[in-house]
Design a protein around this ligand. Structure first.
Ligand code: BES
Ligand code: MN
Ligand code: ZN
Length: 496
């Protein structure tokens, strides 16, 4: 998807669809007067119908005689509650409608009365992000047909001529985030027979080539030499070889890097502790953390902020077989701690713990991991927020703050000492599952057992990485959760 800036008065914009985001209210905002006039009062008529009150996600089409073939009003709710998240969402709603119409591209404006003080740069950024989000579609595995509609081509963001410089900064940033988003969703969407650990590694290598990142890929022999016993234990039931991927972006010389870790289970059957058949196909999304990390590197390659970032992706399938790891088996992790694997379906923490241990060599300023780790977080928070846990309250607050700006919310769960007992084992240093209660915290505590010497925060994105239904602003399926949050986090750390 591409984006451009337009500084023509609304009434003079020649476009198949002009969407205008407005706040709640029953009267047409004064600033839309000229557009209304030019359209032969089509907007006034739409408002007068009573069908549209500007509530969040509300839309109404108006067909008039002006330059724009169609007008679309998109509601954002009360003016004083409008944030950059409302604007992003409204752009997503408009993009989704545009895609359904098949017009290819659309122009988008935020009505002056509804801006609520949002800076131009932020506003343009989120419009482009929202457009990419709402206009996305995955059709490449279907036979071409006339009805089939792909992603939208682009968005033309309406801005005031006097704000060209900040608008262009926001557009460029939004474009970069959108590209990261598209990559992440593309990877998430690929089925397990395409997106294997080797495939993810190839994607990382391709990213490294196009942006000049450092990249290291470890296969089975190197993993054994490195002592990654937990990752290898999960991989031993599968015919697909595991990979461990390390990407390096250097934008600040020798400064301590931020390390991003993403769970890369390309299919999670549960292993010997096999999952029920219902919805098991969704477990192709168990590499969504890895997709978020790769998507973020796409953004980094385009924005090139002044900081250092390492991306670590442990990747394998989790399948049952005669060679698979069994409940009760005890294995040795990269850190040296032994692990009793009481449930082979708690495999994400096993591959992540070796990555967290590997991260020590970078002497990180902070480590963030994103993982579709527990079904329990879906029960606790549904699809509105990811769970966040960590060993450093300031870092957790910083992550939540980035999530707020990104429109990717995180809600904290406690890692109190008392919960540590959940992962105590009779036979080994730790066990990988704590039973039914506090499942997401048990996952968090297990990971914490492998964090040595750096501030760390863990995002449990099992409920947010994909949706199983359409929303007004996004299609069913992958959401690229984490790309925007990581980007906001990193850019603020880089001071840009
Ligand atoms: N990948 C799953 C978690 C998951 C569940 C993601 C639902 C998305 C939707 C993870 O590997 C898993 O199976 N977790 C187990 C842990 C349990 C065995 C301790 C779970 O949540 O049931
Ligand atoms: Mn599992
Ligand atoms: Zn899993």
């Amino acid at each position: 998807m591409n984006s451009t800036l337009v500084s023509t008065p609304l009434a003079d914009i020649d476009t198949p669809l002009l969407a205008v985001a407005v706040a709640a209210g029953t009267d047409l905002p004064v600033s839309l007067g000229p557009l209304d006039q030019a359209s032969g009062r089509a907007l006034s008529r739409a408002m007068a119908s009573g069908e549209f009150k500007g509530k969040r996600d509300e839309t109404v089409f108006a067909y008039g005689s002006g330059k724009a073939r169609r007008l679309l009003l998109v509601g954002m709710g009360k003016t004083n509650e409008v944030t950059r998240n409302s604007v992003r969402r409204a752009a997503g709603v408009a993009a989704k409608r545009t895609r359904a119409l098949g017009t290819g591209r659309f122009a988008f404006a935020v009505c002056a009365e509804a801006r609520n003080g949002i800076a131009t740069r932020d506003q343009v950024q989120v419009v482009v992000e929202g457009a990419a989000h709402g206009g996305w579609a995955f059709i490449e595995m279907k036979r071409p047909s006339d009805e089939l509609r792909g992603a939208i081509e682009g968005v033309d963001v309406v801005v005031d001529r006097s704000e060209a410089a900040p608008a262009e900064a926001g557009r460029a940033l939004g474009d970069a985030v959108a590209a990261g988003h598209v990559l992440a969703r593309q990877l998430q969407m690929q089925p397990g027979n395409v997106c294997t650990p080797a495939y993810l590694a190839e994607q990382a290598q391709a990213l490294a080539r196009s942006h000049g990142f450092g990249v290291t890929v470890l296969g089975p022999a190197e993993l054994a030499k490195e002592g990654m016993g937990a990752l290898l234990a999960v991989a031993q039931g599968s015919a697909q070889e595991p990979r461990f991927i390390a990407l390096e972006y250097r934008g600040a010389g020798e400064a301590a890097p931020v390390v991003l870790v993403g769970k890369g289970i390309t299919f999670d059957s549960g292993g010997i502790s096999i999952k029920p058949a219902l919805d098991m196909d969704q477990m192709k999304y168990d590499m969504s953390g890895a997709a978020a990390v790769l998507g973020t590197f796409e953004v980094l390659g385009r924005v090139r902020p002044k900081l250092n970032v390492i991306g670590l992706i442990p990747s394998t399938e989790n399948l049952p077989s005669g060679t698979a790891v069994k409940p009760g088996d005890v294995i040795k992790s990269h850190l040296g701690k032994t692990i009793e694997i009481v449930n082979t379906d708690a495999e994400g923490r096993l591959i992540l713990c070796d990555a967290l241990s590997y991260a020590r060599r970078y002497k990180p300023a902070a480590v963030l991991d994103a993982a579709t780790l527990t079904g329990a977080i879906v029960i606790a928070l549904g699809s509105q927020a990811s769970g966040v846990m960590g060993n450093d309250d300031a870092l957790v607050a910083e992550v939540r703050d980035a999530g707020e700006r990104a429109g990717e919310r995180c809600w904290p769960l406690p890692l109190w000492d008392e919960y540590r007992d959940l992962v105590k084992s009779d036979i080994a240093d730790v066990k990988n599952s704590g039973g039914r209660g506090a499942g997401s915290i048990a996952g968090g505590w297990f990971l914490r057992e492998f964090v040595e010497g750096f501030p760390w925060a863990h995002l449990d994105i099992a409920g947010t990485a994909y949706t199983d239904g359409d929303g007004p602003h996004q299609a069913k399926g992958p959401t690229a959760f984490g790309v925007r949050l990581f980007t906001e986090f990193l850019l603020r750390r880089a001071g840009s």
